[in-house]
Design a protein. Structure first.
Length: 428
């Protein structure tokens, strides 16, 4: 782990943050004060941005629904105070070895060198410099407290870190995530952030984790600003990148993303894995009745088993009379491969098919494997209709193997009628 150094690059990073030269000098002043403080625990505090509070010791709340730290029944009762931010650093041998962040009433533990209050811009500039230059975990941990600083403009600094392949992977991923949030907060141009994230995502010399995070953040940009870029990436000749973009589009409720999924599925050009991803997206949390209709319509044209299985799963999740009836029709279709029919059976059950519908399937299907699946399904139910069907199969089925299976299932039943029925079968 290398120590922080003051060098000419500091001014460049601070300029990226939008600080004046006077503020740059102040930022260097904070670094100098920290360096002069020597080793051990050192803390400083600064004004917090709106929407952030904490109890000063164990938890931080950002935006009302994002919690950091330790939350339990006791801490939930404590007051969440709007600032300031307190950063505690541990230095050893001139190197920062850990960074902790608190928000709320300022506390000073014994043995901590308290540098007192500093300006928010000074603190943010210093912390981004730490993220841009330190090694290991402290590099990543410096980003979060910088984002809490009042009035901080961090997008340029975060994007510079995101592009720097020499930075630790976790630091870059963190920088990419917070760069996206700067758009949401109105502190950065969506076009600029989108452009830089695409630059990272399309660099095939970079590591896949960092590229994947850039694609994911594009999907989450405020007001769907990253959707057009994702659509273009999904058409990339880089199959890995195209798959990542398709996965992100599949998680979006943006109408442009959903229409692109429809178009891609209709084209019939998607590999099975990508088609399965698109189907899952169509059937996810944003699914409508028209989406279900589309999936039922597109099913016959799908070539891959993964995509077809995804249709069953999506319709099972959506449920409803039409989806249930369609799934049951797939079970009855003797032209369907056996594996698909069994998956459709499981999906129909999950979609809400009642036992009377499932019992009627036994005489409608021709192949023994499907009948075995139905016997297993009946045996796993305590409903009277299921037990009645097993009794009927045990008494009348001409296939000895299927009869044995039904008898085996009946032997595990607690229904008081079963013992007598089994005795009758044995005595015949």
């Amino acid at each position: 782990m290398t120590s922080l150094r003051t060098y000419s690059g500091t001014a460049a990073v601070l300029a990226l943050l939008g600080c004046s030269f006077a503020e740059a000098a102040a930022g260097q002043g904070l670094e100098g004060r920290i360096s002069s403080a020597g080793n051990g625990l050192i803390q400083f505090n600064y004004p917090v941005r709106d929407g952030v509070c904490g109890n000063g010791k164990s938890f931080i709340n950002v935006g009302g629904n994002s919690w950091h730290g330790t939350i339990n029944d006791n801490t939930r009762q404590e007051t969440c105070t709007a600032g300031p931010v307190r950063v505690v650093m541990n230095r050893a041998g001139g190197t920062i070895v850990s960074i902790e962040t608190f928000v709320g009433p300022v506390q000073t533990e014994p043995g901590v060198n308290d540098l007192g209050a500093v300006s928010a811009s000074e603190a943010a500039a210093y912390l981004i410099n730490v993220a841009a230059r330190a090694e290991g975990k402290p590099s990543r941990d410096a980003i979060f407290p910088a984002t809490l600083a009042e009035g901080a403009q961090l997008a340029d600094g975060l994007l510079a870190i995101a592009r720097d392949k020499a930075r630790p992977r976790d630091t870059r991923r963190q920088a990419i995530s917070y760069a996206g949030r700067e758009v949401e907060r109105g502190n950065a141009s969506a076009q600029r952030v989108t452009s830089e994230l695409v630059r990272v995502a399309t660099d095939d010399t970079d590591n896949s984790d960092t590229r994947s995070r850039a694609v994911s953040v594009l999907a989450g940009l405020d007001r769907g600003e990253g959707i057009p870029a994702l659509i273009e990436l999904s058409r990339s000749g880089d199959s890995w990148l195209a798959s990542q973009a398709m996965r992100s589009l599949s998680s979006s409720g943006d109408p442009r993303a959903r229409e692109h999924l429809r178009t891609a599925l209709r084209s019939g050009n998607l590999p099975d894995e990508a088609a399965a991803t698109a189907v899952k997206g169509m059937g996810g949390g944003y699914a409508t009745a028209s989406d279900a209709s589309f999936l039922r319509e597109i099913y016959p044209s799908l070539q891959g088993e993964k995509a077809k299985n995804s249709v069953f799963s999506a319709l099972a999740e959506m449920g409803g009379t039409e989806n249930r009836a369609w799934l049951l029709s797939r079970v009855r279709d003797n032209n369907e491969p056996s594996d698909n029919r069994r998956r459709a059976l499981s999906a129909a059950r999950k979609a809400g098919a009642d036992m009377s519908e499932l019992v009627s399937l036994y005489d409608a299907v021709g192949d023994a494997k499907m009948k075995e699946s139905l016997i297993s399904l009946y045996g796993g139910s305590t409903e009277t209709a299921a037990t009645d069907k097993l009794i009927s199969i045990a008494r009348t089925e001409t296939d000895r193997n299927l009869r044995r299976r039904s008898i085996s299932r009946l032997s595990k039943s607690d229904d008081p009628r079963v013992k007598q029925v089994l005795q009758e079968i044995v005595e015949r």
